[in-house]
Design a protein around this ligand. Structure first.
Ligand SMILES: [Fe+2]
Length: 372
């Protein structure tokens, strides 16, 4: 059984200047970046690289159309030896595709009609503290024509270098911190409960849970403006969670959140939070021993509460960071959640196979119903 994948070489720098010097950015580099991060921290030090901002090609979550439009422009530049991505999950997921020798048309790539061969070095630098994308081999795109999200997971999508630079997160707006760090917490929890969890992935899952929950407690105690003091810890925690779920996988919380984010354009981390404790409560109805017991005991110590109150206390804490909304507040109805339950069972088998306990369509419907 696979224990853990340590794929990219991991680097951490206090400042962007140190990274730029160490990696000698310049000619032959293709930089795919969030515009504000690039302009504020990189532009004045880097010359001769080709720079593209995916946000100029579409807003919201990454789509096939966005990637095709970007591809058409990038094709006119180069050749490139390295791809350097600086941004949130969207930017990193898109950049992974550009490290491949052939990636067009992107629908064929995701349908596996094009062989995946990586022929450029890939350097991934996150500017949020959530996705862990810098250490995973997954790229997720929404396909407009098909009306659904697809994930491409392959060895060839691993970065050569994952680089953490806390300076890039010093001005992260609180809302982005909230949604991205809650996503990281859920990566850690889902991977801790996965049947694919190992002592190695759990080491990272449990440490990430501890760092994120302690970070939240300090922010609640000292106010939102104190975020700067804890952001480096949360960035490292999100990376730990990425290492854990890169091997052990995510599960029902992610699977059930996809229709919510797709239907009502809810940010990934926020949609995950809407589903989070609802899924955990329903796991507990079926089975409480083993990994769930172990997790509840660990969290009850961190939150100083009884194991029976863990879900309630997690929500009490997380609601200070991002208030939880009911599914009907987003616009969901009885009819909509019925369709969602069908679609989850049909389209999210990859994630559902990592559930703590198997869930039927009826049980998924009940999860939605309780959260309506
Ligand atoms: Fe996620």
């Amino acid at each position: 059984m696979k224990q853990i994948i340590f794929k990219p070489e991991l680097h951490k720098y206090s400042t962007c200047g140190e990274f730029i010097q160490d990696f000698s950015l310049g000619k032959g580099d293709l930089i795919i970046a969030s515009e504000s991060s690039y302009k504020n921290y990189f532009a004045k030090y880097v010359t001769d690289a080709d720079v593209f901002y995916p946000r100029n090609y579409g807003s919201g979550e990454p789509t096939d159309q966005m990637v095709e439009a970007l591809y058409a422009d990038i094709e006119k530049t180069g050749p490139h030896k390295r791809i350097i991505a600086i941004g949130g999950g969207t930017v990193l997921d898109i950049a992974k595709l550009f490290a491949l020798r052939d990636m067009h048309p992107v629908t064929d790539l995701f349908d596996r009609k094009i062989p995946l061969i990586k022929d450029k070095k890939l350097i991934l630098i996150p500017t949020t503290c959530g996705t862990g994308s810098e250490v995973t081999n997954i790229s997720i795109l929404a396909f407009i024509q098909r009306g659904s999200k697809m994930g491409l997971a392959d060895e060839q999508l691993f970065a050569d270098y994952a680089v953490l630079i806390p300076e890039l997160l010093e001005n992260l707006p609180f809302h982005f911190f909230a949604t991205s760090s809650i996503d990281a917490l859920i990566h850690a929890v889902e991977s801790a409960l996965s049947p694919k969890a190992t002592p190695y992935t759990k080491l990272f899952s449990y440490k990430a849970i501890e760092m994120i929950l302690k970070g939240y407690q300090k922010i609640v105690e000292n106010g939102k403006e104190s975020l700067k003091l804890y952001i480096e810890d949360i960035l490292i925690a999100s990376n730990y969670a990425g290492l854990a779920f890169g091997t052990a996988g995510c599960a029902a919380v992610h699977a059930t959140s996809y229709p919510l984010s797709g239907t009502f354009h809810v940010a990934h981390g926020e949609a995950n939070y809407a589903m989070f404790t609802g899924v955990l409560k329903n796991y507990a109805k079926k089975k409480t021993d083993g990994a769930l017991n172990e997790l509840n005991l660990f969290i009850s110590n961190l939150l100083n509460c009884d194991t029976a109150d863990v879900n309630e206390e997690i929500e009490n804490l997380l609601n200070h960071i991002l208030p939880k909304k009911s599914l009907s507040e987003y616009g969901a109805t009885e009819e909509i959640i019925k369709k969602w339950s069908e679609s989850v069972i049909k389209n999210q088998t990859r994630l559902l196979s990592n559930n703590f306990v198997p869930l039927t369509q009826e049980e998924i419907y009940i999860i939605y119903k309780e959260l309506l």
